[in-house]
Design a protein around this ligand. Structure first.
Ligand SMILES: Nc1ncnc2c1ncn2[C@@H]1O[C@H](COP(=O)(O)OP(=O)(O)O)[C@@H](O)[C@H]1O
Ligand SMILES: [Mg+2]
Length: 205
């Protein structure tokens, strides 16, 4: 008995189509200014190639390119997910959130069921990217919900990508100490300090 998946050429073509579909959908959800492809630091490509279950932390001053780098990293991660070097592992489930929007969505005043579904989604996703962790003010309630998300990812070695203008060790006041401690371990070896000028100010300075 032969099925189409036994044929290596057909399987390859099928994988390429899946990758193309996933990358197209991801492109459509990427904010316009972050769509152009950029070069990412070597630490980032190393992190993608490593697939060790570790997380990635991009830090640096305002405007150095953390968010753009993170979007490009997600895209490259997605490409690698469907690439030939990796055992086939179902469809990639990737979620991106600005921390302000995430913290809003976790607030206690929304419907319980919606919040539970969001927490479960973020616990289980293959990759979660949270942009600008440190910006918003956080209540103890939100810190508890963050703990639920991060602890589950921590114990199952599921990666996150975080951008922040503070280091993991200084995130305690935002995320609570338990999440900050876990993040420190999750991102150990992949904390990338981005340096340079504020790109939003342009070249002439
Ligand atoms: N490597 C890069 N090459 C060209 N433009 C970049 C690069 N990184 C960032 N930018 C641009 O610089 C601006 C600021 O980048 P952004 O990622 O939003 O900074 P941050 O998140 O560090 O505040 C954006 O317009 C972005 O598209
Ligand atoms: Mg940013």
């Amino acid at each position: 008995m032969h099925s189409s998946s036994d044929d290596p050429d057909l399987r390859k073509e099928w994988l390429q189509q899946r990758a193309h579909g996933a990358l197209t959908r991801f492109h459509d959800t990427t904010p316009l200014i972050y769509r152009p492809h950029i070069n990412v630091p070597k630490d980032v490509t190393d992190w993608i190639a490593g697939w060790g279950g570790g997380s990635l932390f991009l830090t640096g001053a305002i405007g150095v390119g953390k968010t753009h780098t993170a979007w490009e990293t997600c895209r490259l991660w997605l490409k690698a997910f469907y690439g030939p070097d990796r055992a086939w592992n179902g469809a990639a489930d990737i979620h991106t959130y600005r921390s302000t929007a995430l913290f809003d969505a976790l607030r206690p005043d929304g419907p319980d069921e919606v919040r539970r579904t969001l927490i479960k989604t973020l616990q289980d996703a293959d990759l979660v990217f949270i942009d600008d962790l440190a910006a918003p003010k956080v209540t103890e309630w939100t810190q508890e919900r963050l703990f639920e998300i991060f602890d589950e990812r921590y114990i199952n070695k599921r990666p996150v990508i975080i951008t922040s203008d503070v280091l993991p060790a200084d995130l305690g006041p935002v995320t609570g100490p338990r999440v900050a401690s876990r993040l420190g371990e999750m991102c150990r070896g992949s904390v990338v300090l981005m340096e340079g000028n504020d790109r939003r100010r342009g070249e002439a300075a």
